[in-house]
Write a protein that binds this ligand. Structure first.
Ligand SMILES: Nc1ncnc2c1ncn2[C@@H]1O[C@H](COP(=O)(O)OP(=O)(O)OP(=O)(O)O)[C@@H](O)[C@H]1O
Ligand SMILES: [Mg+2]
Length: 257
């Protein structure tokens, strides 16, 4: 049975989809099969899955299908050099299953869990039906936060929803992730955010890895890649560390040997 990772809870652009797709890319790179279920109206993760399928088909065949919705030669040329394209061909990138579903998503999660080692549910922001169902089925729920006051304002509402999830499933592991730490500016922001999260038991388990704000995260999305598939070694390093931590949690809860 697959390991189910939920990514969600927090509102407005704090990096839920970024975390979902980059985690998928690193798990695929490690040889796991992955399904990504986009349970958010915006379809960011499902579109990423389709871009990845279109880009891999181009790398494999050298042909650009007219049916492509997201990938064309201009997108590729704007994103990668010819040498980088050769390296990407040699990497034999793996596709992932992707689906978009809203409303009752439980059967879709179950079906994807039968076909994959991991199912990643990008569940959007706020206390929605999809979020509650994901809380009811996930092994690990990742809640990303940006170290900015606008993001942390929504914490009390989120904590109420998480406390309810924990009441019915005390074994659910909730891990907070600090995302988009600015490279310059106030260096204490990440630490301040962790201190704030630790005041709430439901959010107090945090990943040691913090994800910085890097253009590599934005550039890799266009072709359905994660930073681990591309060429920024710092971004690759930090995301590998994060996924290493996720796999350690999966081992601790007995879901991974
Ligand atoms: N670490 C990062 N570095 C640079 N850009 C990032 C990073 N994380 C996310 N982004 C960018 O910030 C924007 C918002 O991120 P993302 O879409 O992942 O957030 P979200 O929580 O899924 O948003 P929504 O609530 O709208 O679904 C996107 O353009 C994404 O590419
Ligand atoms: Mg999103």
């Amino acid at each position: 049975m697959a390991i189910i990772l939920g990514v969600g809870g927090t509102k407005g652009g704090c990096g839920k989809s970024n975390t979902a797709v980059n985690t998928a890319a690193e798990l695929l790179r490690q040889g796991f099969s992955v399904g990504i279920l986009d349970a958010d109206k915006k379809k960011s993760s499902a579109n990423w899955g389709q871009s990845r399928a279109e880009f891999i088909a181009y790398l494999e065949t050298g042909d650009m299908s007219e049916d492509n919705e997201f990938i064309d030669l201009d997108v590729i040329k704007d994103t990668f050099t010819n040498n980088q394209i050769i390296k990407l061909k040699e990497a034999n990138l793996e596709k992932c299953e992707y689906k978009h579903s809203l409303g009752d998503i439980r059967d879709t999660i179950k079906a994807m869990a039968e076909r994959n080692d991991f199912v990643i549910v990008d569940v959007g922001g706020g206390d929605t039906k999809e979020f509650r169902q994901t809380g009811g089925m996930a092994d690990i729920l990742i809640t990303p936060f940006k170290p900015s006051t606008f993001d942390t304002d929504t914490i009390p509402e989120l904590v109420d929803a998480l406390d309810l999830a924990l009441d019915s499933r005390p074994n659910l592991v909730i891990k907070s992730l600090v995302n988009e730490v600015p490279n310059g500016g106030n260096k204490g922001r990440g630490k301040k955010l962790i201190n704030l999260l630790q005041q709430y038991p439901a959010l107090s388990k945090t990943f040691s890895t913090q994800i910085k704000s890097r253009t590599a995260y934005i550039d890799s999305l266009d072709c359905g890649l994660g930073v681990v598939d591309t060429f920024d070694s710092k971004a690759k390093g930090e995301f590998s560390c994060l996924v290493h931590e996720i796999l350690e949690v999966a081992k601790e809860i007995g879901k991974l040997a």
